[in-house]
Ligand binder design. Structure first.
Ligand SMILES: Nc1nc2c(c(=O)[nH]1)N[C@H]1C(S)=C(S)[C@@H](COP(=O)(O)O)O[C@H]1N2
Ligand SMILES: [Mo]
Length: 366
């Protein structure tokens, strides 16, 4: 075990704040990610909240402001359980850094994506109890973890539009994979916004405020925005450029892994594909020969409408250096973009270029 109860072979980008992803092989073939394997992304120190003293405040543009304990939430609202994938907007940033350096941002590989079953109540049910008042357009989330990435430092926060917040899949979760939520994943209560970038699934939730405008928190207004390549991230201000919300179509090769040596002959290539909000994965193409020929992978059924899908293909790999490519299509007919170079952006978000694993195929020890 390494920090925070995670498996020993986590790829730890930072210890404080704790930022770590599993090796890709650990995600292979697992529709649900074990909690000790689930990536964790933090912008400040992990709070230690006394669940008995903790309260959730619901205020802003509501008819009846609420203050709820965990027991109140469980008693007043129906319990729901749902499988959902979380994906960080920085997932696969390492592929963008390979194009051009991105100072100050972690080089996440494709492991900043994981899936869990979440248990709690619908955010929509809580908002119904509070009663949305006229002008309600955005639902803002506030947490107590203070991040020095903002200048001056500020607690983490974010928001989603009312239409998403009141959708049935958006949960306030107190359990993950059937266990009480771990501290590092947001205990005692976090938001889970399936289909949207992980940044909106605010952990250690203490306040929900209904407003007319998106949250002015640094992590909503300034970070998690897609800037054009020539923009200066240090001078980009609140509200500039595109605020990231719904996840982009993406995929990754999980096994064999990039850099691995494998024996010649039949090999099962596996990976994940994920389409995010409003779409599903329609097809995954895999090329065992750097794009000269493509075959369609077998897609496993998803664990529900809000999760990734695993895929696999049996291929006969030739001797020598082999480059495996994978690319997903979604149900709107969109295909992932080919090159990371076309997607490079100053903060290194949304690398959804074709996945690639470079292997050495040879006899001898693998
Ligand atoms: N309070 C708080 N919530 C947060 C964060 C944070 O730093 N503080 N990080 C966000 C980001 S960017 C991601 S990708 C997910 C990661 O959730 P996990 O650590 O449970 O995997 O949490 C989100 N919620
Ligand atoms: Mo993230």
């Amino acid at each position: 075990m390494s920090s925070w109860g995670k498996r020993a072979d986590m790829l730890e980008h930072e210890s404080d704040p704790y930022n770590a992803e599993p090796p890709l092989a650990a995600l292979a073939g697992q529709p649900v990610t074990a909690t000790d394997t689930f990536y964790s992304r933090n912008h400040g120190p992990v709070p230690d909240i006394d669940p008995d003293a903790w309260r959730l405040v619901v205020d802003g543009l509501v008819h009846t402001p609420l203050e709820l304990s965990l027991a109140d939430l469980a008693a007043r609202f129906a319990e729901r359980t749902l499988s959902a994938t979380l994906q960080c907007a920085g997932n696969r940033r390492s592929g963008l850094i390979a194009v051009r350096d991105i100072p100050g941002e972690d080089p996440w590989q494709g492991g900043a994506t994981s899936t869990a079953t979440w248990t709690g109540v619908r955010l929509g049910d809580v908002l119904t109890a509070a009663g949305l008042a006229g002008g309600a357009a955005q639902v803002c989330f506030a947490a107590p973890d203070v991040s020095s990435l903002a200048d001056p430092p500020q607690p983490y926060g974010g928001s989603v539009p009312v239409a998403k917040a009141t959708s049935a899949e958006v949960l306030l979760a107190w359990a993950m994979n059937g266990q009480p939520l771990a501290r590092v994943h947001g205990a005692p209560l976090r938001v889970v916004v399936p289909g949207w970038i992980g940044a909106r699934s605010v952990k250690w939730l203490t306040r929900i405020t209904v407003t007319t405008q998106p949250s002015d928190n640094y992590f909503q207004a300034t970070a998690y925005r897609l800037l054009p390549p020539d923009a200066d991230p240090d001078s980009a201000g609140p509200g500039d450029w595109l605020s990231l919300g719904p996840v982009a179509l993406n995929c990754e090769v999980l096994s064999p892994c990039d850099g691995q040596r494998v024996a010649p002959g039949p090999t099962t290539i596996t990976g994940y594909a994920y389409a995010g909000e409003d779409r599903a994965v329609a097809r995954v193409d895999v090329s065992p020969d750097a794009g000269a020929t493509w075959m369609q992978a077998h897609l496993d059924a998803p664990d529900g409408p809000w999760t990734w899908q695993h895929w696999r293909l049996d291929a006969d790999l030739p001797l020598g250096a082999v480059q495996i490519l994978a690319r997903a299509w979604d149900t709107t007919g969109a295909l992932q973009p080919e090159h990371a170079a076309d997607l490079w952006n100053p903060k290194g978000y949304v690398n959804n270029s074709w996945a690639c694993a470079r292997l050495t195929v040879g006899a001898g020890p693998t």
